[in-house]
Design a protein around this ligand. Structure first.
Ligand code: GLP
Length: 252
């Protein structure tokens, strides 16, 4: 199964961001009403900064774009400074002309998580599906909050976070203490993500090298959720040299 994922290796994180933003910009210019899938975490921050620059300096308009975010911590309000709604508002949405009502981030305080997840899936279908979904990757190979063991056809649902994810997200970049990290999240499923027409996964830094190698060159297996993208017809990874270090086959 391995082999379908296209890998682009860039010299550094800044060029990863520029390439990724360029791909998003080209899509939005070709299709102003594009449906974007978006991600959070440290990795996409520079990509969002570059998209904001393209909006400011090169008239890239998000006025007709709609967006769906991968996931949200369960139990956090959207105005909590560690919620993914807050992350998206501060890193991208407030810097571009996207209409707030066209931005979908799962509600981590929904009265009924099952109904919240169902409504999210229905909304994706109602706009014709996601054109291009941006992804990061966890050190354990997770995508969104689909931890190892998640099935290839999983849908948007309430999930538990792996201890390594709780540790990674409380290393001072986001939460300061593991005790503060919610134990659960709402996450788009792997099946949900795989329905996007194009997938663009970004990875930077040596901490991602083994996950990237497992995803691209390892078996198609729920042990590494990102490997479940191997048979997607339009999946590209853009990685820096450090994140590419574990790959055996030569790339570009
Ligand atoms: C988080 C998010 C993922 C993200 C990943 C990597 O837990 N739920 O969507 O891709 O972990 O994050 P980072 O880019 O900060 O390494």
């Amino acid at each position: 199964m391995a082999g379908n994922i296209k890998v682009i290796v860039c010299p550094d994180a800044q060029s990863v961001a520029r390439s990724a933003a360029g791909i998003f910009a080209a899509l939005i210019r070709a299709k102003p009403s594009a449906v974007l899938g978006l991600a959070t975490g440290s990795t996409p921050e520079q990509t969002y900064a570059e998209l904001a620059r393209l909006h400011r300096e090169e008239k890239l308009s998000f006025a007709k774009v709609s967006s769906f975010n991968l996931d949200e911590y369960w139990g956090l309000d959207g105005d909590h400074d560690q919620s993914y709604r807050y992350f998206m508002n501060t890193n991208l949405f407030k810097h571009v002309d996207i209409r707030p009502w066209n931005t979908q981030v799962l509600n981590g305080r929904a009265a009924n998580p099952f109904l919240e997840c169902q409504a999210y899936e229905t909304k994706i279908l109602s706009v014709g599906g996601v054109d291009l979904w941006l992804l990061g990757i966890g050190g354990n190979g997770h995508i969104a909050f689909n931890e190892p063991g998640s099935s290839v056809d999983s849908r948007t649902r309430l999930v538990s976070l792996a201890p390594s994810t709780i540790a990674a997200n409380s290393d001072g970049r986001f939460f300061k203490d593991p005790a503060e990290v919610p134990r659960c999240a709402l996450s788009a499923g792997i099946g949900t993500i795989r329905e996007a027409r194009q997938l663009l996964l970004l990875a930077t830094g040596a901490k991602k090298a083994s996950a990237v190698a497992a995803a691209v060159e390892g078996p198609f297996s729920p042990d590494c959720p990102a490997s479940l993208l191997q048979d997607h017809p339009g999946c590209t990874f853009i990685v820096d040299k450090e994140a590419a270090a574990g790959l055996k086959a030569p790339r570009n």
